[in-house]
Design a protein around this ligand. Structure first.
Ligand SMILES: C[S@@+](CC[C@H](N)C(=O)[O-])C[C@H]1O[C@@H](n2cnc3c(N)ncnc32)[C@H](O)[C@@H]1O
Length: 202
């Protein structure tokens, strides 16, 4: 039995992504099952209910994927991916992008590998470790950041790896990596104070 019926996942996601195709819906359902099961024994996310996981984690990530659309070419680094947000939903939504999920905590990286394997995500790979440890010449068109602690340090690492743009899913646009300019800043649905910000290399 899935944790939530697909019809319920679809209606919870409606403010963030609509319409939603049946392949994506079934992949998200599989992802949710894994997340709930793993989260019961190892702490991957502080959000505990499946409904909130769908709204907050899947919804915000898919909202970014849909709104950025053509602005998401080539390669993407999800810095501090945690349980896969926003990188995994973006990889599911846009199979033409090659996504690297970077996560320094082993238990979360192990979960990410399981997600990639179970969902058959051929356009995603997992980097276990801090992004600062990636080969120095490894650059990405886009770097995404969501809820990463020590934002100043994370922004510097993001700026060093992004050849084109950084995407922030956060409460504030007060900080950006040096040399980047805000191109768009959209409020996330069902939230008063969370924004999807895109900043390009100036
Ligand atoms: C609060 S979690 C958020 C995870 C996810 N982005 C989300 O929105 O649910 C932040 C994650 O970033 C990881 N992290 C922080 N700095 C990192 C770095 N420099 N390289 C790789 N992972 C990092 C931490 O291990 C942690 O799992």
């Amino acid at each position: 039995m899935p944790v939530l019926p697909e019809t319920e996942i679809k209606s919870l996601l409606a403010p963030y992504l609509s319409p939603i195709n049946s392949t994506l819906l079934s992949q998200l359902s599989g992802y949710l099952d894994l997340l709930v099961r793993w989260n019961a024994r190892t702490n991957l996310t502080a959000i505990r209910t499946p409904e909130e996981m769908v709204r907050r984690h899947f919804g915000e990530s898919l909202f970014a994927a849909q709104n950025l659309g053509d602005a998401l070419p080539g390669t993407l680094l999800d810095l501090g991916s945690g349980a896969g947000f926003p990188g995994v939903p973006i990889a599911l939504f846009q199979p033409t992008i090659s996504v690297t999920l970077a996560e320094s905590q082993n238990k979360k990286a192990t979960f990410l590998r399981e997600v990639v394997r179970t969902l058959g995500l051929t356009n995603a790979e997992v980097w276990v470790g801090r992004v600062e440890g990636l080969p120095t010449d490894r650059m990405f068109h886009t770097v995404t950041l969501r809820a990463v602690d020590k934002m100043e340090v994370a922004l510097e690492a993001a700026g060093a790896r992004a050849s084109r743009q950084v995407i922030l899913l956060s409460t504030s646009a007060s900080q950006l990596p040096p040399g980047f300019i805000v191109r768009s800043n959209i409020r996330i649905p069902e939230s008063e104070s969370r924004f999807l910000l895109r900043a390009e290399r100036g």
